[in-house]
Design a protein around this ligand. Structure first.
Ligand SMILES: Nc1ncnc2c1ncn2[C@@H]1O[C@H](COP(=O)(O)OP(=O)(O)OP(=O)(O)O)[C@@H](O)[C@H]1O
Length: 176
């Protein structure tokens, strides 16, 4: 069973992914993968970091500056993503109950390793929750359950995704 959540910038995709991870853990399930957080300085967004859901390890994903590869004003730290985010997703595919990938977007696609592990996650017979940048939604929405998050529906989407995951996890033979 795969869930893809997209929405406008800042609508709460990362928050949803974190809340799902937390709620599943409270029920005793193991959750792995990666979360993307913004890095702020002096009230301004200066970059992004990835956090491994199982270990809490942090890696740089992007920063404002000169360099390559770029996405808008950001330089993507492919090495940081491949040191922390990609292995976290791989560990989750191997040993977690649920895989979370926040997010599938232009920065992440600068890494061939990310593209590869995303393919593995999509092939795996394991529940997956991925947030997707709106530019790539059409590619992924057909592969599972799809939600366009808004301030109005974010609580109901949270409940819906969580209960579907709990249903699948509670019945190993349900098939998905
Ligand atoms: N369910 C919610 N209830 C209250 N506040 C929320 C909720 N979801 C998100 N927020 C707030 O909205 C802001 C943006 O949330 P978040 O970073 O999760 O959005 P995002 O969609 O992942 O953003 P981005 O476009 O940067 O990926 C945060 O300050 C967060 O606290």
């Amino acid at each position: 069973m795969r869930f893809f959540v997209s929405g406008m910038p800042g609508v709460g995709k990362t928050t949803l992914a974190k809340r799902i991870a937390e709620a599943l853990r409270e029920k005793g399930y193991s959750v792995g993968g990666m979360i993307t957080e913004e890095v702020r300085s002096g009230g301004r967004r200066v970059g992004f970091r990835v956090v491994a859901l199982d270990t809490g390890e942090v890696g740089r994903l992007a920063y404002v500056g000169q360099g390559y590869p770029r996405v808008g004003k950001y330089v993507v730290d492919v090495e940081g993503l491949e040191r922390v985010g990609v292995p976290a997703i791989r560990r989750a595919i191997e040993s977690a109950d649920v895989v979370i990938i926040d997010e599938i977007g232009a920065m992440e696609f600068k890494s061939n390793e990310f593209v590869r592990v995303l393919g593995e996650a999509l092939k795996a017979e394991k529940p997956l929750l991925a947030t997707v940048h709106r530019r790539y939604v059409d590619r992924y929405r057909v592969l599972g359950e799809y939600y366009w998050l808004t301030p109005e529906n974010r609580n109901s989407v949270f409940m819906e995704v969580l209960s579907a995951l709990l249903r699948v996890l509670g019945n190993e033979n349900a098939g998905y």
